[in-house]
Write a protein that binds this ligand. Sequence first.
Ligand SMILES: Nc1ncnc2c1ncn2[C@@H]1O[C@H](COP(=O)(O)OP(=O)(O)OP(=O)(O)O)[C@@H](O)[C@H]1O
Length: 247
Amino acid sequence: MPVPALAITNIAKSFDRPVVQGLDLTVPAGEFYALLGPNGAGKTTILRMVAGLLAPDAGTIEIFGTDVRKDPVAAKRLLAWVSDEPMVYDRLTPLEYLDFVAGLWQVDPARARNAANDLLDILGLKPHANELCGGFSKGMLQKVALAGAMIHDPRLIILDEPLTGLDAGSARQVKDVLLEKVRQGVTIIMTTHILEVAERMAQRIGVIAGGRLVAEGTLTELRARTGRESTLEEIFLELVETSSATA
Ligand SMILES: Nc1ncnc2c1ncn2[C@@H]1O[C@H](COP(=O)(O)OP(=O)(O)OP(=O)(O)O)[C@@H](O)[C@H]1O
């Protein structure tokens, strides 16, 4: 079997109470995977552990076979983490910021500049490429952060609510970038509360509730599980209600 992009085995994490409990999750290479779940379900906590920003209390996480805790630098090279709170330096222009990030990853400068120009173009930021980020709206900063996360050609891109706060045009640009990456063979894992986005973009959907994976599959498989022709919204609500009743 080919090495999956992400293999999570039995991870757990507690803060003042258990937040992630015995979670297994495997995402094959090249897949667009959406992670859904109610507020507080543990989605961000899971992704922060995958990105190496938070240590699990138990279990293992592998990115293309590389253990995130044993070899964090190698694992981080393979992935990009795009948080829902973009961190971009105010006093840099998008082009300077992308040069800076590419430098941290030791990407060849000429290659990085080409990639930066392509990303800024597709994200509609070309006209602002030489303006200071300090004057940008949150949506523009989100797009600069996304471009920065992709500059080292990651094989796995993890995004936490990437479309929140974006207008229709910006959301379209971000979706186009992500779909193009998937066409190129990159794996994408994304949380979203916009069920229509999960329905249209993702090949498989995982539903998290109470820190556990309560269902997973293609939309057709999830429909089969609930046993009727439902919308993703109906399936989602049913799965989450069932899981909280069981808990
Ligand atoms: N650093 C922390 N310290 C204490 N509790 C935390 C911490 N991070 C997350 N939590 C708690 O863990 C639970 C899960 O939070 P998490 O952000 O992972 O959920 P989520 O599924 O991403 O939610 P949302 O959809 O609202 O973003 C919440 O109850 C949250 O308050």
